[in-house]
Design a protein around this ligand. Structure first.
Ligand code: NDP
Length: 234
């Protein structure tokens, strides 16, 4: 059965791979971008997840094109790494506002239509760092850990309505976000990954499409790692 899917930050990186995987299986896919436009063949809406009005307008545009969002993938995210002593409050709150509050804005906007349909899937893209922490990542790790609480609370609130909320926690994935790492940092990280390699965005997308499908209907409030063993299941 084909579904209406919205992937935030689906114009590139992991979000794009997720959008393409849903499109490949025949779903109606929309992505958000912040001005770059949509990739070929995918419906794009402009949206900044730090702005509720922008989120509302994006959902309205998707609804007008495809009908209510049935699968939400809250993927948009940023990093702004620096050690705690140097981290300004602005750096902390900006990352939280995008990664955590942004996901809340989208989940809230999606939930009323999912409740009406008595079906829905919410998938939050967290990170291995959300559970293990990372030096220089107090803001990022806090935002990604927060998504676990969001998904589990939604599970408790909406679980009886065929709505699931899960977290996918990738490890180190080849995208623009990790391309900025120094060779030294990259080598250090590789040593901590039992699989001994980084992953492709498609390997994250495969888990997301599976979680959105009917066969995963009894999985909710879960954190699914896609990290080559880095977090050992956490
Ligand atoms: P990228 O940096 O490649 O892409 C980030 C995406 O988020 C872009 O589409 C960007 O849009 C969008 N975005 C950022 N801020 C906003 C905003 N305020 N409103 C709307 N969209 C926004 O990152 P990745 O593809 O690597 O990461 C995707 C997700 O996966 C993130 O949540 C990240 O934290 C998470 N993740 C990534 C890992 C990795 O190793 N790469 C590991 C673990 C988790 P724009 O193009 O307009 O900037």
């Amino acid at each position: 059965m084909s579904r209406t899917v919205l992937v935030t930050g689906g114009n590139r990186g992991i979000g794009l791979a997720i959008a393409q995987a849903f499109a490949k299986q025949g779903d109606r896919v929309a992505i958000t971008h912040r001005g770059s436009g949509a990739p070929d063949g995918i419906f794009g809406v402009r949206c900044d997840v730090t702005d509720s009005e922008s989120v509302d307008a994006a959902f309205a545009a998707v609804e007008a094109e495809f009908g209510p969002v049935e699968v939400l993938v809250a993927n948009a995210g940023i990093t702004d790494d620096t050690l705690l002593l140097r981290m300004s409050e602005e750096q902390f709150t900006r990352v939280l506002d995008t990664n955590l509050t942004g996901a809340y804005r989208c989940a809230k906007r999606a939930s009323s239509k999912m409740l009406r349909a008595k079906w829905g899937r919410m998938i939050f893209i967290s990170s291995v760092v959300g559970l293990s922490g990372g030096p220089g990542q107090v803001n990022y790790a806090a935002s990604k850990a927060g998504l676990v609480g969001v998904a589990r609370s939604i599970t408790r609130e909406l679980g009886t309505r065929n709505i699931t909320a899960n977290v996918v926690a990738p490890g180190f994935i080849e995208t623009d976000m990790t391309a900025v790492l120094s060779d030294e940092r990259r080598a250090e990280i590789l040593k901590s990954i039992p699989a001994g390699r980084m992953a492709s965005p498609e390997e994250v997308a495969a888990v997301v499409t599976w979680l959105a499908g009917d066969s995963a209907g009894y999985i909710s409030g879960a954190v699914i790692p896609v990290d080559g063993g880095m977090g050992m299941g956490h």
